[in-house]
Ligand binder design. Structure first.
Ligand SMILES: [Zn+2]
Length: 162
């Protein structure tokens, strides 16, 4: 079993849509970023890549490449999943935490799990998504952005582990 950790943060920006876990959350400002700024999926991808001993998302999807401008991060997650599959890894479980003062994430968690489950071919009961606030402390507490952290465990399938 291999374990990986991912962390990401994006600042809010007026005029952007908020996309988290592939879900469009209405009536709130969105996050700034080169892609759709889906901070939840970004931290998830880095956890998976880290567990597989691969480079981070900044390496594979540079924010200077026009190809990734406003791209859906769920599409990028699919590319990450394929990279793991190519290295004969399968995903055991992922555990995601979103830190946001607002909006409330809970109502969208089921849909986020469905989206992620489809792309990384992982049962929903093996996907944890939790939301917390930063208790009004610091930049997250002042509602300047949203952060996400993920732990992922994966396993290699071709031979028994040494
Ligand atoms: Zn990001």
């Amino acid at each position: 079993m291999y374990v990986g950790f991912g962390y990401d943060v994006h600042r809010f920006k007026e005029g952007r849509e908020l996309i988290l876990g592939g879900v469009k959350i209405k009536n709130t400002k969105g996050l700034d970023g080169h892609s759709d700024a889906d901070v939840l999926v970004h931290a998830l991808m880095d956890a998976l890549l880290g567990a597989a001993g691969l480079n981070d998302i900044g390496h594979f999807f540079p924010n200077t490449d026009p190809k990734y401008k406003n791209i859906s991060s769920v599409c990028l997650l699919e590319i990450v999943y394929k990279k793991l599959k190519k290295k004969k890894f399968s995903i055991n479980n992922v555990d995601i935490t979103v830190v946001a003062e607002a909006p409330k994430i809970y109502p969208f968690i089921a849909e986020m799990k469905t989206n992620i489950s489809k792309v990384i071919k992982l049962k929903k009961e093996r996907i944890g998504i939790k939301a917390t606030t930063n208790e009004k402390i610091g930049f997250l507490g002042r509602g300047e952005g949203i952060a996400s952290m993920t732990v992922a465990s994966i396993k290699k399938n071709n031979r028994p582990l040494a």
